[in-house]
Ligand binder design. Structure first.
Ligand code: NCD
Length: 467
């Protein structure tokens, strides 16, 4: 089937079957890289990297050149019209009229979604702030699959800056979808964001257990574990016996340890940075001597700083340079598919991830704004184009998820656009968690950022407003 003209903004833009099909094509590309030299002849890829990059940009560019295509590049906001106050949307329209596909990296979360909305050609997210980095995840999964043949049932530990690292945010969803058990080992104050964990629980339906719940004492332990995510599909000892000692459970070993660096450039204060830096957990030979790591694949998206010692480089368990090298065949396969130069066979019957939840979208003009300061929808140059938009992911406790950056917010006041008998004096607002408010149909829902906003719009409090 053809996946031409699709964009890859988040890892969930590809189903499990599509990822498997892409990997088979990547195997083909790796086996005979020189046979692909005319596949994308005449096509142009624009590579827009507004944040530092070595591997991602160069492997994308190498991939396109190996496919016989050509590359145009901009690597510095300062050297583009964005520096003159041009919006990302305008830039996307223009670049989309020059190139057949755009690869973009940008410091604002959700920037790749905006480029995809406006470019008119396929767009690949090469990293948007702390949000996602789906092609790194493809390289990571490809590496694990090459070494272990499958991902299902593996225990994979994510290590380091889980708060700001975009690679782990894409990876975690993919691991959950492919049925891995995920172990969280974050640095102090660098835990996985709440919205990511919530989504794991609601959308991927696994079980998240904190180590406290599991009687796991980090001080006496093999490594600094905070929590475990168990997929729903695997009947698991831990799931059945919640009180079991994790220490015992972990004796079976960790299949992969995914190390990440402290994302210094994304820390919000120097105090925070100082604290995190001092206590940042290091992976070295001594740690990896533990029995639990005997057969562990040691992974890292790179660049590495001090969190993974160089003495590990010659160790056969170390995978990070392989991960980087796989970037070329994996990205060749992706480019060839999205440019329509190759079709793939996807076994839909075995395709275990096809999004089940189709949340209603909230896009009324209102005072409700994304709570993430780094979201593209909150940037001055972008607000002219970008209207905040949210998925309504829960009505129980009204929860809106920003469509650009996935951060969530919980507004307290709502109204229905079908006010009683259409009479203006009947315009009432209600507490979002009242029984009445939950009955309002999504298409009629009006959400307010505050009571002041509701009143400024001439709504009066109903008896369903908590005093
Ligand atoms: C990562 C990134 O840019 O998010 N690097 C990469 O693309 N391989 C990881 C990082 O910068 O720490």
């Amino acid at each position: 089937m053809s996946l031409a003209n699709r964009s890859l903004v988040t890892i969930d833009d590809l189903s499990n079957g599509e990822i498997e099909a892409l990997f088979s094509l990547a195997d083909e590309m790796a086996d005979s890289p020189n046979k692909q030299a005319v596949l994308c002849q005449g096509k142009i890829m624009a590579s827009l990297f507004f944040e530092p990059s070595t591997r991602t940009r160069l492997s994308f560019e190498t991939a396109m050149l190996r496919l016989g295509g050509q590359v145009i590049t901009a690597v510095d906001v300062g050297a583009t019209s964005l520096a003159k106050g041009e919006s990302i949307a305008d830039m996307a329209k223009v670049v989309g009229s020059y190139a057949d596909l755009i690869v973009v990296r940008h410091p604002w979360e959700g920037a790749a979604r905006v480029v995809a909305d406006y470019a008119g050609v396929p767009v690949i997210n090469a990293g948007d702030g702390s949000h996602e980095h789906p092609t790194q995840t493809l390289c990571d999964l490809y590496t694990i699959r090459k070494e272990r043949q499958t991902i299902k049932g593996l225990r994979i530990a994510l290590w380091g800056d889980l708060k700001h690292g975009r690679t782990v945010h894409s990876l975690i969803y993919a691991l959950a979808r492919f049925g891995a058990t995920i172990l969280f080992c974050s640095g102090s104050g660098l835990d996985m964001p709440e919205h990511v964990l919530r989504r794991l629980g609601t959308e991927y339906k696994g079980e998240l257990k904190s180590c406290k719940e599991l009687n796991y004492e980090t001080e006496k332990s093999l490594f600094p574990l905070d929590a475990i995510y168990l997929t729903p599909s695997s009947p698991h000892q831990l799931a059945m016996l919640p009180d079991i000692n994790v220490q015992v459970e972990l004796k079976a070993g960790v299949d992969a340890l995914y190390v990440t660096r402290l994302q210094k450039e994304r820390q919000t204060s120097t105090v925070e940075e100082g604290k995190s830096e001092k206590s940042y957990p290091v992976v070295d030979k001594k740690l990896l001597k533990g029995k639990v790591f005997e057969k562990t694949l040691v992974m890292h998206p790179l660049p590495r700083v001090d969190e993974l010692t160089h003495e590990m480089d010659a160790d056969p368990r170390s995978m990070y340079f392989k991960q980087a090298a796989y970037g070329v065949p994996v990205r060749m396969a992706l480019l060839a598919i999205l440019l329509g130069a190759k079709e793939v066979t996807v076994d839909r019957d075995k395709d275990s991830f096809i999004r089940e939840i189709d949340y209603p979208v909230y896009k009324r003009d209102s005072g409700v704004k994304c709570s993430n300061r780094n979201c593209v929808s909150n940037q001055e140059t972008e607000v002219r184009y970008i209207k905040p938009e949210f998925r309504i992911v829960s009505r129980q406790l009204l929860t809106l998820r920003c469509i650009y950056c996935d951060h969530e917010l919980y507004p307290h006041y709502v109204a229905s656009s079908e006010w009683h008998e259409g009479r203006l004096e009947n315009k009432r607002y209600h507490s979002a968690d009242s029984r009445f408010a939950r009955k309002i149909r999504p298409e009629n829902l009006i959400i307010f950022a505050s009571e002041n906003e509701a009143q400024a719009k001439r709504f009066k409090p109903s008896s369903y407003v908590k005093q």
